[in-house]
Design a binder for this molecule. Structure first.
Ligand code: DNO
Ligand code: MN
Length: 357
């Protein structure tokens, strides 16, 4: 297992590579060109620039999260071929600097969705929170406004104000897209890109839907064991793989994550590990990584990875915001709780490595 850390880039992240270097065991920085909107060309110079900065601090550039997929591809519009060509161009360029895994998602309109970015825990820390009834009774626009207002000046991947300002058009475009159609459109995309990935030795790793249920009538197709199985059979190649995110599958307690890891382990290229506490009414809040703090049994998750001999990349996913850091950090991406998360995950892993059961 190779431990990594999501980093937003020079001038775009208060947490520097020098900070990250001091967290034990982190060998790679998970990066992206965050100013690029879906469908834009990634220039080789920009890619090389990041790779050089990472190399200068001894970090591997092997994982990119995300290269976002244009909505025309998800909707299956005629213009999708143009955007797929651009995607292929990006895969080839990324391969040149040693990228081995690309994390992406296929969620219509919204990436992760929450109702509060800074919900307080009883201990005074705060974290991302989802109030189910609020989303069910709300309009998409009111949730977008709520999130963007909560974020203030902070930019967040998946919540680009520019793209979301066309909300009505986006919803109009998705009105006939059922789960089956979305699967078809994903298959079309994969059939074009996976042969290129095989040539370039870059593995695609789809991120599950967060939360793991349809919202605002939009289909969501990567949210359970059955969905994952169907997804993997769309194109049966090791290059068509998964980012297994425990915090995204976790809010549905029917998802048995350790058994999903054991079943599909050889197709998991990137592991996102985080914990969530799920309430009886369906609300959930993000917690520390510790198993007993939430409903995802992180120790069993790590055992499953250890048992299958997982050699892919892993990172702590969202953490709580501690000691006032929410004033500056990107929601979910503070330093302290994620650093503690790394230590917790490595603590479990190192213990398993010693053969202690
Ligand atoms: C939440 C995050 C996601 C992820 C994107 C990848 O769990 O890991 O927002 O970055 O879905 O495309
Ligand atoms: Mn994740």
């Amino acid at each position: 297992m190779k431990m990594t850390w999501r980093w937003y880039g020079v001038g775009n992240d208060d947490i520097t590579l020098d900070h990250i270097r001091q967290i034990p065991g982190v060998m790679g920085a998970v990066w992206s060109l965050h100013d690029k909107v879906a469908g834009e060309v990634w220039e080789m110079e920009r890619i090389q620039e990041v790779a050089d900065v990472l190399a200068s601090k001894n970090f591997s550039p092997a994982v990119v999260e995300s290269v976002n997929v244009h909505d025309d591809i998800k909707m299956g519009l005629p213009s999708r071929d143009h955007y797929i060509d651009i995607y292929i161009d990006t895969i080839r360029k990324l391969a040149k600097v040693g990228v081995k895994v690309i994390c992406y998602n296929f969620m219509p309109v919204f990436d992760w969705t929450r109702t509060d970015l800074y919900k307080e825990h009883p201990d005074g820390s705060n974290a991302l929170f989802y109030e189910k009834a609020l989303v069910e009774g709300a309009t998409p626009k009111s949730i977008v406004d709520r999130i963007l207002e909560g974020a203030g000046e902070k930019t967040m991947p998946g919540w680009e104000p520019e793209r979301l300002s066309h909300l009505e058009q986006l919803f109009e475009g998705y009105k006939d897209i059922t789960e089956d159609v979305l699967f078809e459109n994903l298959k079309y995309f994969l059939e074009k890109i996976i042969p290129v990935c095989e040539e370039e030795d870059v593995k695609m790793a789809i991120h599950p839907d967060d939360p793991p249920w349809p919202i605002f009538g939009l289909p969501r197709i990567i949210r359970s064991r059955e969905h994952i199985q169907k997804f993997l059979s769309l194109v049966d190649s090791p290059y068509n793989g998964l980012t297994l995110c425990t915090g995204s599958l976790g809010p549905n307690k029917l998802n048995d994550i350790p058994s999903i890891i054991r079943e599909f382990g050889s197709r998991i290229h990137f592991a996102h590990v985080r914990n969530v506490k799920v309430f009886e009414n369906g609300d959930f809040i993000e917690t520390s990584h510790r198993a007993c703090d939430g409903d995802v049994d992180i120790i069993e998750v790590m055992k499953a990875y250890h048992d299958i001999g997982f050699e892919g990349y892993m990172r702590p996913d969202h953490g709580r915001h501690l000691w006032g850091e929410e004033k500056n950090c990107r929601p979910g991406y503070g330093l302290y709780d994620r650093a503690m998360g790394v230590m917790y995950l490595l603590g479990v892993w190192d213990t398993l490595e010693r053969g202690v059961k």
